[in-house]
Design a protein around this ligand. Structure first.
Ligand SMILES: NC(=O)c1ccc[n+]([C@@H]2O[C@H](COP(=O)([O-])OP(=O)(O)OC[C@H]3O[C@@H](n4cnc5c(N)ncnc54)[C@H](OP(=O)(O)O)[C@@H]3O)[C@@H](O)[C@H]2O)c1
Length: 290
């Protein structure tokens, strides 16, 4: 049976990738740092889909650990999917945060996906098949003060992914650049950046993680390189590319703030973290039935 590797599978989008790839019959190699979450996932996937899950506890900014993991993946003979998903946000200012924190984000969002893609691409090329998904963000199209390194590193991942798709496409290897918008995951729940509650506003629509992943995998099946899940996010992507940059950057700061509220009017309230989990569960159940 073919194997899929998902980084950052202990929660959110990565966990949904693991579940949906398992439902397609893939054995899994999953990474993260929260062992108990990954063990829970392993049990769930074995019970529901009868697949094998190998757990790797991995800090992706640790260069030695990354090299060891890359060596393991490069010798894997049946890797069908690599999902470079692990990532995180920080709300510090560029000048006030330590430079080592900036280097850490570069390592997790840029070096690790590149290194792992470099490890798996030769075997995929030789086999004439395989999929590499790099999880970026709609924020990569923006410039914001509050998430400077996040936007910068994800923009780098975009450029890398599109170029890699051009190189590997003729060899039968599909590369997807996935750019989700606001998604219900631990990303915002644990973040000191946006402690407020989440709400839909205008084009800012929160999506459940399983829905993002379902759209991503469908898009891979259709052979598309860039995937922006959700109609509202697609419109935001077009706006981000068309609106003059100065105006776009002003709107971005206000727009990101509008998706969160400490005390939102009840009719605008989409979900707090409990409701987020419920939304993800409902989406997962709907997917299981389809
Ligand atoms: N949620 C959103 O609104 C949103 C929007 C656009 C893009 N994204 C992107 O989607 C991807 C997945 O995020 P998510 O929203 O699903 O958040 P999440 O629920 O917090 O999951 C993040 C995953 O990445 C892992 N991770 C984070 N830092 C790591 C590190 N230094 N080394 C190893 N693993 C690390 C975490 O593992 P442990 O916690 O176990 O260490 C976790 O499994 C990220 O790349 C994020 O940038 C998210």
């Amino acid at each position: 049976m073919a194997t899929a590797c998902v980084t950052g599978a202990s929660s959110g989008i990565g966990r949904s990738f693991a579940e949906q790839l398992a439902s397609r019959g893939y054995d899994l190699i999953v990474t993260g740092r929260r062992l108990e979450k990954l063990e829970e996932l392993e049990r769930e996937l074995a019970e529901r889909y009868g697949v094998t899950t190998e757990i790797r506890i991995l800090e992706l900014s640790d260069r030695n650990a990354l090299e060891n993991f890359a060596a393991e993946l490069s010798s894997h003979e049946e890797l069908g999917y690599l999902v470079n998903n692990a990532g995180y946000g920080r709300g510090e200012s560029f000048t006030e945060d330590s430079f080592s924190e900036h280097e850490r984000m570069l390592a997790v969002h840029v070096t690790a996906p590149m290194r792992l893609a470099y490890a798996v691409a030769p075997a995929m090329k030789a086999a004439g098949t395989g999929v590499i998904i790099n999880v970026s963000s709609l924020a990569s199209l923006l410039a914001t003060r509050s998430s400077l390194m996040y936007c910068t590193t994800k923009a780098c991942l975009n450029s890398f992914s599109e170029s890699l798709a051009l190189e590997l496409g003729p060899h039968g290897v599909r590369v997807q650049l996935l750019m989700p918008g606001f998604t219900h995951t631990d990303f915002h729940r644990d973040s000191a950046v946006y402690p407020g509650r989440k709400r839909n506003r205008f084009l800012l629509r929160w999506m459940p993680a399983p829905q993002v992943v379902r759209i991503s995998l469908r898009s891979v099946d259709r052979g598309r390189t860039i995937c922006v899940p959700g109609t509202a996010n697609k419109l935001l992507q077009i706006l981000a590319r068309q609106v003059p940059r100065g105006l776009r950057n002003k709107l971005a700061g206000a727009g990101i703030g509008a998706a969160f509220a400490d005390d939102p009017p009840i009719e605008l309230l989409e979900a707090d973290s409990e409701a987020s989990e419920e939304a993800n569960q409902q989406e997962k159940d709907a997917g299981d039935q389809s």
